[in-house]
Design a protein around this ligand. Structure first.
Ligand code: NAP
Length: 324
């Protein structure tokens, strides 16, 4: 990617964990802003952000961070967004753009909008990109490359402000789409929130059986379980907030999921191989579609490297040729 001309003068990041620190790294690498001011809740995180040199200034309070900023991005758990908005509201510059990165959008709109003064452009956003790691050390500049960033502007949003924020995310390498917050929450309930709930359940269930099976669970974890353990290692605060704030959409999807699970359970009980085969063939086609549109790779995931590191060849016994 070539460097862009700065789209904003001063970016204020409130919260500098995985997502906030990745924005800082990417915005700087791409020259998307002139200056970055960052803050975090704890002194320990602020100190680490300063040590890593992620921002031009690291300040102690949210109010100090937003002073003079023309773009403010709130990168804290969804349940904390309302309190942050209340705190920064009186200190925002007139005509600043305020955004967030929360995984749920209806609750963010509801909790933040009432605290933002008129003249400020509020454009919530959700970069659909992440890992199971947290904190400023976990971020990397390439996190958003080729991933989607969904904007959920309120109906009366200023279209120029929305387009400017879209340009910012495109500069960080993301593809951008806009949709109503309620639609976002329904789509993400099935594509992200429910899979996390299932992973949390399965890993918890296996743990309850651990007395009997501990060695087998670990030894044979490559058989699907390992992928669940990675997802189930995601940040507990973030995911608690996601389920509390996207309750209705998750419960709706969970109802449909339970009906489908009951159908598969019945097929297994009745020995209905045709029903099982037809279902698995349909889901295989969905997976292949995801690979085709470039949202994942068909490469085996063992030996995968951090995107910012040069790829290591797979160890010999596991090497898979291009044709496979
Ligand atoms: P993270 O690595 O845990 O960082 C969270 C940041 O928020 C830290 O700087 C933390 O400060 C601060 N914070 C935590 N609780 C706070 C509170 N009550 N008030 C003020 N600040 C608080 O989390 P993250 O993964 O970057 O997630 C941040 C947001 O991005 C969440 O809304 C999440 O839904 C969204 N998101 C996450 C992912 C993902 O895969 N992780 C993907 C897309 C979107 P301290 O370090 O000082 O505690």
């Amino acid at each position: 990617m070539t460097k862009s001309t700065p789209l904003f003068n001063r970016l204020a990041l409130i919260g500098t964990g995985l997502i906030g620190s990745s924005i800082a790294r990417a915005a700087r690498a791409q020259g998307a802003v002139h200056e970055i001011v960052a803050t975090a809740r704890s002194a320990a995180t602020r100190r680490r952000v300063a040590e890593l040199g992620l921002a031009d200034q690291v300040v102690e309070t949210n109010a100090a961070a937003v002073a003079g900023a023309d773009l403010v991005i709130v990168c804290v758990p969804v349940g904390a967004c309302g309190a942050v908005a209340e705190e920064i509201g009186p200190h925002l510059s007139r005509s600043a753009t305020v955004s967030d990165v929360g995984s749920v959008k209806g609750a963010v709109l509801r909790d933040m909008a009432p605290h933002l003064p008129s003249g400020v452009h509020f454009v919530p956003a959700h970069p659909v990109a992440g890992t199971e790691n947290s904190g400023p050390d976990a971020g990397f500049a390439e996190l958003f490359v080729g991933r989607w960033c969904i904007l959920t502007p309120p109906e009366n949003a200023d279209s120029a402000a929305v387009e400017r924020l879209a340009a910012f995310w495109r500069a960080l390498g993301a593809n951008v789409e806009a949709m109503p917050a309620a639609h976002h929450d329904l789509v993400l309930a099935i594509t992200s929130h429910l899979p996390h709930l299932i992973a949390y359940t399965i890993v918890g269930t296996a743990d309850e059986l651990a007395e009997v099976t501990r060695s087998e669970v670990l030894k044979f974890s490559a058989g699907g379980f390992r992928d669940f353990t990675r997802i189930a290692a995601s940040d507990p605060t973030m995911w608690r907030d996601v389920f509390l704030t996207n309750k209705d959409a998750v419960l709706e999807m969970l109802g449909t999921f339970n009906e489908d699970l009951a159908k598969l359970t019945r097929a297994i009980r009745r020995g209905d191989g045709d029903a099982l085969f037809e279902h698995f063939a349909r889901t295989r086609a969905i997976r292949r579609g995801i690979v085709q549109i470039g949202q994942d790779s068909s490469a085996p995931d063992f030996g995968r490297t951090h995107p910012s590191l040069p790829a290591e060849p797979l160890p010999r016994p596991y090497a898979v040729s291009e044709e496979n």
